[in-house]
Design a protein around this ligand. Structure first.
Ligand SMILES: CC1=C(/C=C/C(C)=C/C=C/C(C)=C/C=C/C=C(C)/C=C/C=O)C(C)(C)CCC1
Ligand SMILES: [Fe+2]
Length: 549
């Protein structure tokens, strides 16, 4: 019965034109696949732009699944392993991302808008099983109703047809009712057995079951902070999680902590904005052992745009290139801002790591903070429009980026520095989605793993290991493939920072999908774990070690 289940499921949830573009699972995988039907109403995908554009002679092609909705309510199955998985690799990798950009009559334009899609790969003694599910957020469920509703997503806002609609929109936004809860960016183990998925709205914080990928329910904050937006990259340590909450009424950022096992965010301190009357966009931030690093970029969420439902070239953002950029540093234990320096204009969606550089007395003298930096240009946001990703593969449209390294003096100076941590040519003048050995978070570190570029390309197409000491990089590349964020897993008992494996889920040019596992030291491929069909692109992942490992 299982052998025919996947095509039946696909037929049930997608019109013929879409199904025909899905890569066919191989018989061996079908025999091992277990399909579980969800109670959610089926998603009806419309024919994708990629098909239309390919038919019209566009450069997209039909096979690569990275930018294509793969309507899979629920799949679980054994996976075929090519190569040798290390026997010590026991645990679960989870990846979250915006993997479904069409539902009923809706079609999103931007990569960041898609409905949250979870992928799981679990490893045990050299074998692997996989799973794929949508998160059942209110936004996703509403989009699949007979009368679908779109909430305020990253680039999409509800379109008012008349004055009454306009008033409803304003009320919906200010009350939070029409703000998205689609938790499509990150997946974070909270250290107490709970696993949270989230995006930049606080109401998106959702608990999921890491085994079944079931949506457990909303994470209910018990504090009275009432924050509506948050960093999508909260940072979890052994005892707490730290995050930033932009304060929209009194422009600034609250730095908050939540003790492991609780639901209450407590304020450590606040940083006032210096660049203008509204807090800068802040998708991620960094910590050191004793400090929290708060970035302030010259690009802001615009409440006026949101309320008027009038999006600009950077959607809900306003961007003033003449505005200044700042880096603030807060002491974790006192909540005091110990540095607030002006830096060259920067644009960084993702911070990589930060640490304290000490003077000869062993005192912290400056903070080093590394990020994926776009030379101060927000153009990357436009690069991630689905039409461009689907249509212009092989064209050199990816804006230049680098590992930006901030030096923030702690001696009261008013300026900080921003330079490239290594020659950007080492990673093809493109770098994003970086990860490090988690044991090095907040500490001096040597290696970062990210997605780099082999040009010409319209998206990051390599996996790259960067050695920040030698300022050199090594890359993994496969023609036409789109790898997602590389994730480092340390070998138990390892003493070298790069002793372990790096894993990444790849959408292959032929329409297939697999996880590639690289030896983190040599950066050579050691195994491929194959999915029975190609997967959509995804953003961030996490690792949950097996209980007995
Ligand atoms: C800005 C104000 C509000 C609304 C904020 C909303 C609706 C923010 C939504 C943000 C999203 C969905 C961001 C997603 C970003 C994804 C990224 C960058 C993915 C990166 C991958 O790694 C109100 C709540 C209406 C209050 C007034 C101000
Ligand atoms: Fe992110």
């Amino acid at each position: 019965m299982a052998a025919s289940a996947l095509p039946i499921l696909c037929t049930a949830i997608a019109p013929k034109s879409f199904v025909s573009s899905l890569p066919r699972p191989t018989p061996i995988n079908l025999l091992r696949s277990k399909i579980v039907c969800s109670s959610v109403r089926s998603v009806k995908a419309t024919p994708t732009e990629v098909e239309e554009e390919a038919a019209a002679g566009g450069g997209g092609g039909t096979k690569l699944s990275a930018w294509t909705s793969v309507p899979q309510q629920r799949w679980e199955g054994d996976m075929v392993v090519d190569g040798q998985l290390p026997l010590w690799l026991n645990g679960t990798y989870l990846r979250n991302g915006a993997g479904l950009w069409e539902a009923d009559d809706l079609a999103f334009d931007h990569l960041f808008d898609g409905y949250a899609t979870l992928i799981r790969v679990s490893f045990q003694q050299g074998r692997a099983t996989g799973a794929h599910r949508q998160i059942e957020s209110d936004a996703y469920m509403a989009a699949n109703k007979d009368d679908p509703i779109v909430m305020q997503e990253f680039s999409q806002c509800p379109k008012p047809a008349n004055l009454l609609d306009r008033v409803r929109n304003v009320v919906g936004l200010l009350s939070g009712a029409s703000v998205t809860d689609n938790p499509n960016v990150n997946v974070v183990p909270l250290g107490d057995g709970r696993v949270m998925c989230l995006t930049e709205t606080t109401k998106s914080s959702t608990l999921i079951d890491p085994d079944t990928l079931d949506t457990v329910g909303k994470f209910k904050y018990t504090d009275k902070l009432g924050a509506m937006i948050q960093s999508a990259h909260l940072i979890c340590t052994d005892s707490e999680f730290l995050t930033l909450l932009p304060d929209l009424l009194r422009p600034g950022y609250l730095v908050v902590r939540m003790e492991t096992g609780t639901n209450e965010m407590k304020v450590i301190g606040r940083v006032d904005c210096r660049g203008g009357p509204k807090p800068g966009w802040m998708h991620s931030f960094a910590i050191t052992e004793n400090h929290v690093v708060v970035p302030e970029m010259p690009i802001w969420y615009s409440l006026t745009r949101l309320l008027r439902s009038e999006l600009g070239q950077f959607y809900t953002f306003d961007c003033l290139p003449t505005s200044r950029s700042y880096m603030h540093v807060m002491c974790k234990s006192t909540g005091k801002t110990v540095a607030s320096v002006m830096v060259p204009p920067f644009m960084a969606i993702h911070f990589i790591n930060a640490y304290e550089e000490v003077d000869k007395h062993g005192e912290a003298a400056e903070i080093i903070a590394d990020c994926c930096e776009q030379y101060g240009d927000p153009a990357i946001i436009k690069t991630l429009v689905l039409r461009q990703l689907r249509s212009f593969r092989g064209m050199d449209l990816l804006p230049n980026s680098r590992v930006g390294r901030f030096r923030i003096p702690l001696d009261g100076s008013t300026f900080g520095e921003l330079q490239s941590a290594l020659d950007p040519e080492e990673h093809g003048r493109g770098i994003e989605m970086c990860n490090i050995n988690r044991a090095c978070i907040g500490k001096k570190y040597r290696y970062a793993y990210g997605c780099g570029a082999r040009r010409p390309c319209n998206y990051f197409n390599t996996l790259t290991k960067m050695d920040m000491v030698l300022q050199k990089a090594m890359s993994w590349y496969e023609e036409g493939a789109v790898p997602s964020e590389p994730f480092f897993v340390a070998r138990p008992g390892a003493s070298n920072e790069d002793d372990g494996v790096v894993m990444s889920i790849v959408s292959a040019e032929d329409g297939g999908g697999y996880m590639v596992v690289l030896d983190a030291t040599t950066f050579k491929e050691i195994a491929r774990v194959k999915f029975p069909y190609g997967l959509p692109y995804g953003f961030h992942g996490c690792w949950i070690p097996a209980k007995n490992s």
